[in-house]
Write a protein that binds this ligand. Structure first.
Ligand SMILES: *Cc1c(COP(=O)(O)O)cnc(C)c1O
Length: 444
């Protein structure tokens, strides 16, 4: 689908931003020229997916689109059982509730906003076990999503394996800049966790992008297809939560996939409370059909090369302008290091939130804060202070052209030129959960 684009004037953008409390999540889409807020549900569906939408079997129970989706998931990922959900966080809620007990520890390769919140609401404590390189925006480690096995071992020693229901492994790691985990690391983790009877649950939101990086960077995988690598990743794990809105290019949808019958039975029972019947889980039949087709398309090598290649094109442009970005360039967007971009601001002055607002003011390009605002507060009320303070320029799949990329890089370069004049912000409204979505700010 294509849309007419709308240009705005600087005065219009100033007004829109003020009305939005300097939070790009609160801008109206009409006031945005190029929308890089997220790659979630904003992708262009293919001809095949749109045709699939016409084949929706909207029976309340036992829709044939559910069985198609189940078959695709079994074939592509190898998981036995499917619990459909309305999107990724629906699956996170169910997984957290059935697996986590009060006082449990849930290690993961860096937090993700909704994932960690569901773990905490279930009574668990998230512990970051990603390698230290991931928190350093200048480290060029090819697999910054890797897990530090030493950190996992010391958690097991400290708390005992019974307190660790599973390790949550993200492919790719969103908050680290779309960075992949290597199969070597995942296999070592599997060996370690097996010894202690600890499960591995994937957050496989961008697993195809992770697999593409493995094909490009990891020894022994050069000749394997993205699809084969995806399968090998899943084979190291016990189940997964999935947001269909990224890799699979649908506007809405997700699922929980499991290999263990008992957990599946519990999840399938719980899905009827929160999502819908176990054969639709909050999706229409047509949504499930488009998701099934999108999952198959996501593991095509050529599609992945075009997708990740466009992100790399933008990243290289930005680096030529001297814009400090997270390296290596990740899979779904460019993450600008706001601490290095605005070195005169302290973290309490919200450098990434400020930079996202300034980027919008320059040319109507909408990006997102991934720093202290997104990190939120601990259950005891203290702020998290993440090392990374980033602005995410996320590229929707199959939506923008290379010319758009040039406009984006030029705009960011203009903001860099006038960075000394940029002042920080203060938060004037803070919601209790996932504050980044609705918080409001004022310029200092
Ligand atoms: C988007 C996302 C989720 C949550 O999925 P939704 O479909 O937005 O609910 C979970 N984990 C990661 C890494 C994501 O990017």
């Amino acid at each position: 689908m294509v849309e007419l684009i709308k240009m705005t004037t600087p005065a219009q953008r100033r007004r829109a931003l003020k009305e939005a409390g300097f939070n790009t999540f609160l801008l109206k889409s009409e006031d945005v020229y190029i929308d890089l807020l997220t790659d979630s549900g904003t992708n262009a569906m293919s001809d095949q997916q749109w045709s699939g939408m016409m084949l929706g079997d909207e029976a309340y129970a036992g829709s044939k689109n559910f069985y198609h989706l189940e078959k695709v998931i079994q074939e592509v990922y190898g998981y036995k059982y499917l619990v459909p959900t309305h999107q990724g966080r629906g699956a996170e809620n169910i997984l957290s509730q059935i697996m986590i007990k009060k006082g449990d520890i849930v290690p993961g390769n860096m937090y993700f906003t909704t994932t960690r919140l569901h773990q905490e609401l279930a009574g668990g404590t998230f512990v970051d076990v990603i390698i230290d390189d991931a928190h350093d925006s200048t480290s060029e480690h090819p697999f910054k999503g890797d897990i530090d096995l030493g950190k996992v071992e010391s958690l097991i020693k400290k708390h005992g394996p019974k307190k660790i229901p599973y390790i949550c492994v993200a492919t790719t790691v969103n908050m680290a800049g779309g960075q992949p985990i290597s199969l070597k690391n995942l296999k070592e983790l599997r060996k370690l966790t097996k010894k202690h009877g600890i499960k591995i649950m994937l957050d496989m939101t961008r697993i195809a992008e992770n697999a593409y990086f493995i094909q490009q960077r990891e020894k022994g995988y050069e000749k394997k297809s993205v699809r084969e690598i995806v399968r090998e990743i899943c084979d190291q794990t016990d189940g997964a939560t999935m947001s269909g809105k990224k890799d699979a290019c649908v506007n809405i949808g997700g699922f929980l996939a499991l290999n263990d019958w008992d957990s599946f039975e519990e999840a399938r029972n719980m899905v009827v409370v929160y999502e819908g019947l176990h054969t639709y889980g909050g999706m229409a039949g047509r949504d499930m059909e488009a998701l099934a087709i999108g999952l198959l398309e996501s593991v095509h090598d050529d599609h992945m090369r075009a997708r990740v290649g466009q992100v790399a094109y933008l990243g290289n442009q930005m680096m030529e302008y001297g814009i400090p970005i997270v390296q290596p360039i990740g899979g779904h967007g460019i993450f600008v290091d706001a601490k290095r971009f605005l070195p005169h601001l302290t973290q309490d002055q919200f450098p990434a939130q400020t930079l996202a607002a300034e980027i919008y003011l320059d040319a109507g390009i909408r990006t997102m804060e991934r720093g202290i605002v997104s990190a939120g507060r601990k259950p005891n009320g203290e702020n998290y202070y993440p090392k990374l303070e980033l602005v995410r320029f996320t590229l929707p799949r199959r939506v923008y052209t290379q010319a758009h990329m040039d406009v984006i890089a030029e705009s960011a370069a203009r903001v860099l030129d006038r960075r000394d004049k940029i002042k920080g912000m203060k938060m004037v409204y803070e919601p209790k959960y996932l504050r980044f979505f609705q918080a409001r700010f004022e310029v200092l």
